[in-house]
Write a protein that binds this ligand. Structure first.
Ligand SMILES: Cc1ncc(COP(=O)(O)O)c(C=O)c1O
Length: 400
Protein backbone atom coordinates (compact mmCIF):
# COMPACT_ATOMS: atom_id res chain seq x y z
CA UNK A 1 0.00 0.00 0.00
CA UNK A 2 1.33 3.45 -0.78
CA UNK A 3 1.42 5.67 2.28
CA UNK A 4 -1.31 7.88 0.77
CA UNK A 5 -3.82 5.00 0.43
CA UNK A 6 -6.73 5.54 2.80
CA UNK A 7 -6.86 2.92 5.54
CA UNK A 8 -9.54 0.24 5.37
CA UNK A 9 -10.21 -0.42 9.07
CA UNK A 10 -13.07 0.96 11.16
CA UNK A 11 -15.98 -1.28 10.22
CA UNK A 12 -17.17 -1.44 13.81
CA UNK A 13 -15.92 -1.10 17.34
CA UNK A 14 -14.00 -4.09 18.57
CA UNK A 15 -12.88 -2.70 21.90
CA UNK A 16 -12.87 -5.94 23.81
CA UNK A 17 -10.72 -8.08 21.57
CA UNK A 18 -8.19 -8.13 18.78
CA UNK A 19 -9.49 -10.55 16.19
CA UNK A 20 -6.61 -12.30 14.42
CA UNK A 21 -8.52 -15.39 13.31
CA UNK A 22 -9.52 -14.24 9.82
CA UNK A 23 -8.12 -17.42 8.24
CA UNK A 24 -10.87 -19.35 10.04
CA UNK A 25 -13.51 -16.80 9.12
CA UNK A 26 -13.28 -13.08 8.49
CA UNK A 27 -14.69 -10.75 11.11
CA UNK A 28 -16.06 -8.17 11.33
CA UNK A 29 -17.94 -8.12 8.03
CA UNK A 30 -18.59 -4.95 6.05
CA UNK A 31 -21.86 -3.49 7.48
CA UNK A 32 -23.47 -3.80 4.03
CA UNK A 33 -23.51 -7.61 4.44
CA UNK A 34 -25.89 -7.69 7.41
CA UNK A 35 -28.01 -4.93 5.82
CA UNK A 36 -28.42 -6.93 2.60
CA UNK A 37 -29.35 -10.07 4.53
CA UNK A 38 -31.89 -8.21 6.64
CA UNK A 39 -33.30 -6.61 3.49
CA UNK A 40 -33.67 -10.02 1.87
CA UNK A 41 -35.51 -11.46 4.88
CA UNK A 42 -37.74 -8.46 5.44
CA UNK A 43 -38.46 -7.31 1.90
CA UNK A 44 -37.96 -10.26 -0.46
CA UNK A 45 -38.18 -13.49 1.49
CA UNK A 46 -39.58 -15.75 -1.24
CA UNK A 47 -38.11 -18.97 -2.63
CA UNK A 48 -35.93 -18.19 -5.70
CA UNK A 49 -36.76 -19.88 -9.00
CA UNK A 50 -39.81 -21.67 -7.63
CA UNK A 51 -43.09 -19.83 -7.57
CA UNK A 52 -42.95 -17.33 -10.44
CA UNK A 53 -44.54 -14.45 -8.52
CA UNK A 54 -42.83 -11.09 -8.18
CA UNK A 55 -41.02 -11.84 -4.91
CA UNK A 56 -39.80 -15.21 -6.13
CA UNK A 57 -38.50 -13.51 -9.28
CA UNK A 58 -36.82 -10.83 -7.15
CA UNK A 59 -35.13 -13.56 -5.05
CA UNK A 60 -33.93 -15.28 -8.25
CA UNK A 61 -32.55 -11.93 -9.43
CA UNK A 62 -30.42 -11.65 -6.29
CA UNK A 63 -29.09 -15.19 -6.86
CA UNK A 64 -28.29 -14.40 -10.49
CA UNK A 65 -26.58 -11.11 -9.65
CA UNK A 66 -24.36 -13.01 -7.21
CA UNK A 67 -23.57 -15.63 -9.87
CA UNK A 68 -22.60 -12.82 -12.23
CA UNK A 69 -20.38 -11.17 -9.61
CA UNK A 70 -18.63 -14.47 -8.79
CA UNK A 71 -18.16 -15.37 -12.47
CA UNK A 72 -16.71 -11.94 -13.22
CA UNK A 73 -14.38 -12.00 -10.22
CA UNK A 74 -12.84 -15.32 -11.28
CA UNK A 75 -12.84 -14.94 -15.07
CA UNK A 76 -15.65 -17.37 -15.92
CA UNK A 77 -17.84 -16.28 -18.87
CA UNK A 78 -21.01 -18.14 -17.97
CA UNK A 79 -22.63 -17.16 -14.62
CA UNK A 80 -24.78 -20.30 -14.74
CA UNK A 81 -21.63 -22.33 -14.21
CA UNK A 82 -21.37 -20.90 -10.68
CA UNK A 83 -22.85 -23.57 -8.41
CA UNK A 84 -23.83 -22.42 -4.96
CA UNK A 85 -23.44 -24.74 -2.01
CA UNK A 86 -22.53 -24.52 1.64
CA UNK A 87 -18.82 -23.69 1.46
CA UNK A 88 -15.56 -24.68 -0.23
CA UNK A 89 -15.72 -28.14 1.35
CA UNK A 90 -19.04 -28.71 -0.39
CA UNK A 91 -17.54 -27.55 -3.71
CA UNK A 92 -14.48 -29.81 -3.40
CA UNK A 93 -16.63 -32.82 -2.49
CA UNK A 94 -18.92 -32.19 -5.44
CA UNK A 95 -15.94 -32.02 -7.81
CA UNK A 96 -13.99 -35.00 -6.50
CA UNK A 97 -16.92 -37.35 -5.87
CA UNK A 98 -18.65 -36.16 -9.03
CA UNK A 99 -15.73 -36.73 -11.40
CA UNK A 100 -13.58 -39.57 -10.12
CA UNK A 101 -14.12 -43.25 -10.85
CA UNK A 102 -12.35 -46.41 -9.68
CA UNK A 103 -9.02 -46.70 -11.51
CA UNK A 104 -8.46 -42.91 -11.66
CA UNK A 105 -5.39 -41.29 -10.15
CA UNK A 106 -5.21 -37.84 -8.54
CA UNK A 107 -2.22 -35.62 -7.74
CA UNK A 108 -2.42 -33.32 -4.76
CA UNK A 109 0.13 -31.65 -2.50
CA UNK A 110 1.48 -32.28 0.98
CA UNK A 111 0.02 -28.92 2.14
CA UNK A 112 -3.68 -29.74 1.76
CA UNK A 113 -6.55 -29.15 4.16
CA UNK A 114 -8.71 -32.08 5.25
CA UNK A 115 -11.41 -30.78 2.90
CA UNK A 116 -9.23 -32.28 0.15
CA UNK A 117 -7.56 -35.13 2.07
CA UNK A 118 -10.70 -36.65 3.58
CA UNK A 119 -12.64 -36.96 0.29
CA UNK A 120 -9.48 -38.38 -1.35
CA UNK A 121 -9.02 -40.93 1.42
CA UNK A 122 -12.70 -41.86 1.17
CA UNK A 123 -12.40 -42.24 -2.61
CA UNK A 124 -9.26 -44.37 -2.23
CA UNK A 125 -11.47 -46.98 -0.55
CA UNK A 126 -13.46 -47.05 -3.78
CA UNK A 127 -10.41 -47.62 -6.01
CA UNK A 128 -9.28 -44.05 -6.69
CA UNK A 129 -5.55 -43.66 -6.10
CA UNK A 130 -3.78 -40.43 -5.15
CA UNK A 131 -0.25 -39.08 -4.71
CA UNK A 132 0.76 -36.19 -2.49
CA UNK A 133 3.51 -34.21 -4.21
CA UNK A 134 5.89 -33.10 -1.49
CA UNK A 135 6.29 -29.37 -0.78
CA UNK A 136 9.45 -27.84 0.65
CA UNK A 137 9.83 -26.69 4.25
CA UNK A 138 8.22 -23.33 3.36
CA UNK A 139 5.22 -25.16 1.96
CA UNK A 140 6.00 -24.40 -1.71
CA UNK A 141 5.06 -26.98 -4.31
CA UNK A 142 7.78 -27.73 -6.84
CA UNK A 143 6.41 -28.44 -10.34
CA UNK A 144 8.93 -31.24 -10.87
CA UNK A 145 7.35 -33.18 -7.99
CA UNK A 146 4.03 -33.05 -9.87
CA UNK A 147 5.75 -34.26 -13.06
CA UNK A 148 7.28 -37.14 -11.11
CA UNK A 149 3.86 -38.14 -9.76
CA UNK A 150 2.18 -38.28 -13.20
CA UNK A 151 0.76 -41.62 -14.32
CA UNK A 152 -1.11 -42.74 -17.41
CA UNK A 153 -4.36 -42.83 -15.37
CA UNK A 154 -3.92 -39.41 -13.71
CA UNK A 155 -7.13 -37.39 -14.23
CA UNK A 156 -7.16 -34.56 -11.73
CA UNK A 157 -4.71 -32.23 -9.99
CA UNK A 158 -6.16 -30.66 -6.84
CA UNK A 159 -4.20 -28.00 -4.99
CA UNK A 160 -4.97 -25.27 -2.50
CA UNK A 161 -4.09 -21.81 -3.76
CA UNK A 162 -2.70 -20.79 -0.39
CA UNK A 163 -1.98 -22.73 2.77
CA UNK A 164 -4.30 -22.12 5.69
CA UNK A 165 -1.44 -23.09 8.00
CA UNK A 166 1.38 -20.75 6.94
CA UNK A 167 -0.05 -18.68 4.06
CA UNK A 168 2.23 -20.03 1.29
CA UNK A 169 0.83 -19.03 -2.12
CA UNK A 170 1.25 -21.78 -4.71
CA UNK A 171 2.18 -21.03 -8.35
CA UNK A 172 -1.28 -21.96 -9.69
CA UNK A 173 -0.75 -20.45 -13.15
CA UNK A 174 2.28 -22.72 -13.71
CA UNK A 175 0.48 -25.74 -12.27
CA UNK A 176 -2.49 -24.93 -14.51
CA UNK A 177 -0.22 -24.88 -17.57
CA UNK A 178 1.22 -28.24 -16.58
CA UNK A 179 -2.28 -29.67 -16.08
CA UNK A 180 -3.40 -28.40 -19.50
CA UNK A 181 -0.26 -29.79 -21.20
CA UNK A 182 -1.14 -33.23 -19.84
CA UNK A 183 -4.88 -32.81 -20.45
CA UNK A 184 -5.71 -33.13 -16.74
CA UNK A 185 -8.57 -31.50 -14.87
CA UNK A 186 -7.23 -28.76 -12.57
CA UNK A 187 -9.23 -28.18 -9.37
CA UNK A 188 -8.20 -25.29 -7.08
CA UNK A 189 -9.22 -24.88 -3.44
CA UNK A 190 -9.40 -21.08 -3.18
CA UNK A 191 -10.55 -21.01 0.46
CA UNK A 192 -7.74 -18.70 1.60
CA UNK A 193 -7.39 -16.51 -1.48
CA UNK A 194 -10.79 -15.87 -3.11
CA UNK A 195 -11.42 -12.15 -2.75
CA UNK A 196 -7.88 -11.11 -1.83
CA UNK A 197 -5.50 -12.62 -4.41
CA UNK A 198 -6.50 -12.32 -8.09
CA UNK A 199 -7.59 -15.58 -9.74
CA UNK A 200 -8.43 -15.84 -13.43
CA UNK A 201 -9.73 -19.27 -14.32
CA UNK A 202 -8.97 -18.82 -18.01
CA UNK A 203 -5.49 -17.37 -17.64
CA UNK A 204 -4.57 -19.85 -14.88
CA UNK A 205 -6.09 -22.85 -16.75
CA UNK A 206 -8.33 -23.70 -13.80
CA UNK A 207 -11.12 -26.10 -14.74
CA UNK A 208 -12.86 -26.14 -11.36
CA UNK A 209 -12.61 -23.48 -8.67
CA UNK A 210 -13.97 -24.16 -5.20
CA UNK A 211 -14.65 -21.07 -3.08
CA UNK A 212 -16.03 -20.18 0.31
CA UNK A 213 -17.98 -17.01 1.02
CA UNK A 214 -17.07 -16.39 4.65
CA UNK A 215 -13.31 -15.82 4.57
CA UNK A 216 -11.64 -13.22 2.30
CA UNK A 217 -14.85 -12.75 0.31
CA UNK A 218 -16.26 -11.20 3.55
CA UNK A 219 -19.67 -12.83 3.18
CA UNK A 220 -21.60 -14.83 5.77
CA UNK A 221 -21.03 -18.47 6.73
CA UNK A 222 -22.96 -21.19 4.90
CA UNK A 223 -22.46 -20.07 1.33
CA UNK A 224 -19.74 -21.05 -1.14
CA UNK A 225 -19.50 -23.54 -3.95
CA UNK A 226 -17.86 -24.52 -7.20
CA UNK A 227 -17.27 -22.80 -10.54
CA UNK A 228 -17.14 -25.26 -13.42
CA UNK A 229 -15.37 -24.13 -16.59
CA UNK A 230 -16.51 -24.94 -20.13
CA UNK A 231 -13.93 -27.73 -20.23
CA UNK A 232 -16.09 -29.82 -17.91
CA UNK A 233 -19.32 -31.27 -19.31
CA UNK A 234 -22.08 -31.39 -16.66
CA UNK A 235 -23.10 -34.81 -17.91
CA UNK A 236 -19.66 -36.14 -16.94
CA UNK A 237 -20.00 -34.87 -13.39
CA UNK A 238 -22.31 -36.79 -11.10
CA UNK A 239 -24.46 -34.60 -8.83
CA UNK A 240 -23.93 -35.54 -5.20
CA UNK A 241 -27.53 -34.60 -4.37
CA UNK A 242 -30.73 -34.93 -6.34
CA UNK A 243 -34.03 -33.18 -5.78
CA UNK A 244 -36.30 -30.28 -6.59
CA UNK A 245 -34.91 -27.41 -8.64
CA UNK A 246 -38.05 -25.52 -9.66
CA UNK A 247 -37.26 -26.51 -13.28
CA UNK A 248 -38.55 -29.43 -15.41
CA UNK A 249 -40.91 -30.47 -12.64
CA UNK A 250 -42.58 -33.01 -14.95
CA UNK A 251 -39.38 -35.10 -14.93
CA UNK A 252 -38.38 -37.30 -12.01
CA UNK A 253 -34.70 -37.38 -12.90
CA UNK A 254 -32.13 -34.70 -12.20
CA UNK A 255 -31.78 -32.01 -14.95
CA UNK A 256 -28.58 -32.15 -17.03
CA UNK A 257 -27.98 -28.38 -17.28
CA UNK A 258 -26.24 -25.75 -15.13
CA UNK A 259 -26.73 -24.88 -12.35
CA UNK A 260 -29.80 -27.07 -11.67
CA UNK A 261 -27.98 -30.36 -12.12
CA UNK A 262 -25.92 -29.53 -9.02
CA UNK A 263 -28.16 -27.17 -7.03
CA UNK A 264 -31.30 -28.68 -5.59
CA UNK A 265 -33.43 -27.96 -2.59
CA UNK A 266 -34.03 -24.41 -1.38
CA UNK A 267 -30.71 -22.49 -1.44
CA UNK A 268 -29.26 -20.23 1.22
CA UNK A 269 -30.55 -17.18 -0.62
CA UNK A 270 -30.15 -14.97 2.46
CA UNK A 271 -26.47 -15.94 2.56
CA UNK A 272 -26.13 -15.34 -1.17
CA UNK A 273 -27.62 -11.85 -0.70
CA UNK A 274 -24.99 -11.18 1.97
CA UNK A 275 -22.23 -12.54 -0.27
CA UNK A 276 -23.36 -10.31 -3.13
CA UNK A 277 -23.15 -7.24 -0.87
CA UNK A 278 -19.71 -8.37 0.31
CA UNK A 279 -18.44 -8.68 -3.26
CA UNK A 280 -19.81 -5.24 -4.08
CA UNK A 281 -17.90 -3.94 -1.04
CA UNK A 282 -14.69 -5.64 -2.26
CA UNK A 283 -15.14 -4.08 -5.69
CA UNK A 284 -15.68 -0.65 -4.17
CA UNK A 285 -12.55 -0.96 -2.02
CA UNK A 286 -10.51 -2.60 -4.76
CA UNK A 287 -9.11 -6.07 -4.14
CA UNK A 288 -5.61 -4.72 -4.60
CA UNK A 289 -6.08 -2.22 -1.80
CA UNK A 290 -7.23 -4.95 0.58
CA UNK A 291 -4.26 -7.12 -0.41
CA UNK A 292 -1.78 -4.24 0.03
CA UNK A 293 -3.20 -3.44 3.46
CA UNK A 294 -2.93 -7.07 4.58
CA UNK A 295 0.54 -7.38 3.06
CA UNK A 296 1.74 -4.34 4.99
CA UNK A 297 0.40 -5.71 8.28
CA UNK A 298 1.81 -9.14 7.48
CA UNK A 299 5.28 -7.69 6.80
CA UNK A 300 5.17 -5.81 10.11
CA UNK A 301 4.07 -8.95 11.97
CA UNK A 302 6.76 -11.11 10.35
CA UNK A 303 9.49 -8.59 11.01
CA UNK A 304 8.43 -8.27 14.66
CA UNK A 305 8.12 -12.01 15.29
CA UNK A 306 11.48 -12.76 13.68
CA UNK A 307 13.13 -10.37 16.18
CA UNK A 308 11.71 -12.06 19.29
CA UNK A 309 14.20 -14.54 20.81
CA UNK A 310 12.70 -18.02 21.15
CA UNK A 311 10.07 -17.54 18.43
CA UNK A 312 10.15 -19.77 15.37
CA UNK A 313 8.14 -18.62 12.36
CA UNK A 314 6.96 -21.08 9.66
CA UNK A 315 6.32 -20.63 5.95
CA UNK A 316 7.87 -18.22 3.43
CA UNK A 317 8.49 -15.41 5.99
CA UNK A 318 7.92 -12.98 3.14
CA UNK A 319 4.65 -11.02 2.97
CA UNK A 320 4.68 -11.01 -0.84
CA UNK A 321 4.81 -14.79 -1.00
CA UNK A 322 2.05 -15.49 1.50
CA UNK A 323 -1.43 -14.42 2.44
CA UNK A 324 -2.06 -12.62 5.74
CA UNK A 325 -1.56 -15.93 7.57
CA UNK A 326 1.46 -16.16 9.86
CA UNK A 327 2.20 -19.13 12.09
CA UNK A 328 4.80 -19.58 14.78
CA UNK A 329 5.75 -21.32 18.01
CA UNK A 330 7.33 -20.01 21.16
CA UNK A 331 10.07 -22.34 22.36
CA UNK A 332 9.19 -23.83 25.73
CA UNK A 333 5.41 -23.15 25.62
CA UNK A 334 2.78 -25.38 24.02
CA UNK A 335 0.85 -23.73 21.20
CA UNK A 336 -2.41 -24.50 23.04
CA UNK A 337 -1.17 -22.63 26.13
CA UNK A 338 -0.09 -19.67 24.00
CA UNK A 339 -3.56 -19.51 22.43
CA UNK A 340 -5.32 -19.62 25.81
CA UNK A 341 -3.06 -16.99 27.35
CA UNK A 342 -3.32 -14.66 24.33
CA UNK A 343 -7.11 -14.81 24.70
CA UNK A 344 -7.32 -14.62 28.52
CA UNK A 345 -4.57 -12.14 29.29
CA UNK A 346 -4.30 -10.01 26.14
CA UNK A 347 -7.68 -10.28 24.39
CA UNK A 348 -5.99 -11.61 21.26
CA UNK A 349 -8.05 -14.19 19.36
CA UNK A 350 -6.23 -16.62 17.10
CA UNK A 351 -6.22 -20.33 16.25
CA UNK A 352 -3.75 -22.94 17.50
CA UNK A 353 -3.19 -26.64 16.81
CA UNK A 354 -3.32 -28.48 13.51
CA UNK A 355 -5.83 -26.26 11.65
CA UNK A 356 -7.54 -29.26 9.96
CA UNK A 357 -4.34 -29.79 7.94
CA UNK A 358 -2.15 -32.53 9.47
CA UNK A 359 -0.27 -33.09 6.18
CA UNK A 360 0.72 -29.43 6.07
CA UNK A 361 2.00 -29.61 9.64
CA UNK A 362 4.00 -32.74 8.79
CA UNK A 363 5.54 -30.82 5.89
CA UNK A 364 6.48 -27.90 8.15
CA UNK A 365 7.71 -30.22 10.93
CA UNK A 366 5.05 -29.12 13.42
CA UNK A 367 3.02 -32.33 13.65
CA UNK A 368 1.47 -33.41 16.02
CA UNK A 369 1.55 -30.39 18.33
CA UNK A 370 0.86 -27.78 15.67
CA UNK A 371 1.50 -24.07 16.06
CA UNK A 372 -0.08 -20.68 16.70
CA UNK A 373 -1.72 -18.99 13.72
CA UNK A 374 -2.49 -15.30 13.31
CA UNK A 375 -4.84 -14.57 10.39
CA UNK A 376 -4.90 -10.92 9.31
CA UNK A 377 -8.01 -9.37 7.73
CA UNK A 378 -9.05 -6.12 6.07
CA UNK A 379 -10.24 -4.59 9.34
CA UNK A 380 -7.09 -5.21 11.35
CA UNK A 381 -4.93 -2.22 12.16
CA UNK A 382 -1.22 -1.73 12.64
CA UNK A 383 -2.02 -1.22 16.36
CA UNK A 384 -3.51 -4.74 16.44
CA UNK A 385 -0.23 -6.08 15.10
CA UNK A 386 1.85 -4.10 17.58
CA UNK A 387 -0.26 -5.33 20.50
CA UNK A 388 0.00 -8.92 19.26
CA UNK A 389 3.78 -8.57 19.00
CA UNK A 390 4.00 -7.13 22.50
CA UNK A 391 1.95 -10.04 23.87
CA UNK A 392 4.08 -12.68 22.12
CA UNK A 393 7.23 -10.92 23.27
CA UNK A 394 6.03 -10.96 26.89
CA UNK A 395 5.14 -14.67 26.75
CA UNK A 396 8.50 -15.51 25.14
CA UNK A 397 10.40 -13.51 27.79
CA UNK A 398 8.79 -15.54 30.57
CA UNK A 399 10.38 -18.77 29.31
CA UNK A 400 13.75 -17.41 28.16
C1 LIG B 1 -7.30 -24.23 2.46
C2 LIG B 1 -8.66 -24.50 3.03
N1 LIG B 1 -9.46 -25.37 2.42
C3 LIG B 1 -10.70 -25.64 2.88
C4 LIG B 1 -11.20 -25.03 4.00
C5 LIG B 1 -12.60 -25.32 4.45
O1 LIG B 1 -13.37 -24.17 4.40
P1 LIG B 1 -14.95 -24.23 4.69
O2 LIG B 1 -15.05 -24.62 6.13
O3 LIG B 1 -15.44 -22.86 4.43
O4 LIG B 1 -15.52 -25.25 3.78
C6 LIG B 1 -10.40 -24.12 4.69
C7 LIG B 1 -10.88 -23.49 5.93
O5 LIG B 1 -10.14 -23.08 6.77
C8 LIG B 1 -9.11 -23.84 4.17
O6 LIG B 1 -8.33 -22.95 4.77
Amino acid sequence: MTSSSPALPSSKTRDSAIYLDNAATSWPKPPEVALAMTHFIEEIGANPGRSGHRLSIEAARVMFAAREAIAELFGENDPLRVIFGLNVTDGINLALHGLLKPGDHVITSSMEHNSVMRPLNDLSEQGVDFTQAVCNSEGVLDLSSIETALRSNTRVIVINHASNVCGTIQPIAEIGQLARRHNLIFLVDAAQTAGVIPIDMQHDHIDLLAFTGHKSLYGPMGVGGLIVSERVDPVNMHPSRQGGTGSRSEREVQPDFFPDRFECGTPNAVGVAGLLAAMQWINEQGMNKIRMHEERLCAELLQGLLCIPGVKVYGPQNAEKQTGVVSFNIQGIEASTVGLRLDDEFGILCRVGLHCAPSAHRTLGTFPKGNVRFGIGAFNTIEDIHQALQAVSQLAKEVS
